[in-house]
Design a protein. Structure first.
Length: 101
């Protein structure tokens, strides 16, 4: 359970950072409509910096989640029938729960 919580926190952090990047980029683009010359260059520099930050953030999340992805792939590859049985059992339980409503 602790691992899922940590993974959820990483995922939430990444989505939060990407959402923030999108909002800031939209603000910068709206304010850039009337800019020319040096002001436009400054704005382009700010946008480039934000994009670099987003790229670094995504790379960091990918690096932190890679061990979990590899472990999952190894388990599924080594135990295909158990994975199918677990998935079918989970689907059955969800189906029964939804069917009760």
């Amino acid at each position: 359970m602790a691992r899922n919580t940590a993974e959820d926190q990483i995922k939430d952090q990444a989505f939060s950072e990407l959402r923030s990047l999108i909002e800031e980029s939209e603000k910068l683009l709206k304010s850039s409509a009337s800019l020319v010359g040096e002001e436009a260059e400054t704005l382009r520099g700010q946008i480039a910096q934000k994009l670099r930050q987003a790229r670094d953030s995504v790379s960091s999340v990918r690096d932190r989640t890679q061990p979990a992805v590899e472990a999952t792939e190894t388990y599924i590859g080594g135990h295909p029938w158990q994975t199918v049985a677990i998935s079918a059992g989970f689907g059955l339980v969800v189906g029964l729960l939804l069917g009760r409503r």
